[in-house]
Design a protein. Structure first.
Length: 144
């Protein structure tokens, strides 16, 4: 099997990148366009790349699920392919290749796949942000 984002762990994001990306996502999810625009202005053109990085961390662990007693099977390969396709669309798709489109896709994925109730999206986004922050802080400690 070739190396890809399913078989290769993702490098940790920088702490400030996690903060910026999730501030933007949570602002859009809450309908706070003013805050989302302020975050986008402060972050600049890198916001798109940060959001794709967050999307990878949201989609890949879910779609890379192994449901065959620890052995790869058709279902796990199909799910992994779906995750990679979603990321490809975010990186190169005409409709989704902007910060609001990527953030909206992350919110919809979170709502439809990672939550049981629609009202829990904000809580799941906070949990995802906390996991990203923890990983970034651990990576910073090991490189400092």
């Amino acid at each position: 099997m070739p190396e890809n984002t399913v078989t290769t762990p993702l490098a940790p994001m920088k702490l400030e990148d996690v903060t910026d990306a999730f501030a933007y996502i949570r602002a859009l999810q809450a309908g706070d366009i003013d805050t989302a625009c302020a975050v986008a202005d402060d972050t600049g053109p890198d916001l798109h790349l940060l959001l794709v990085d967050v999307a990878a961390r949201v989609f890949i662990p879910v779609t890379a699920a192994d449901d065959c007693d620890g052995e790869p099977c058709a279902h796990s390969f199909l799910a992994a392919a779906l995750g990679r396709l979603l990321l490809e669309l975010l990186c190169h798709g005409e409709c989704l290749a902007n910060a609001p489109g990527i953030a909206a896709t992350i919110i919809r994925f979170t709502d439809n796949i990672l939550t049981d109730e629609h009202g829990e999206v904000a809580d799941v986004l906070r949990q995802l942000e906390a996991a990203g922050m923890k990983q970034a802080m651990e990576a910073h400690r090991t490189t400092a």
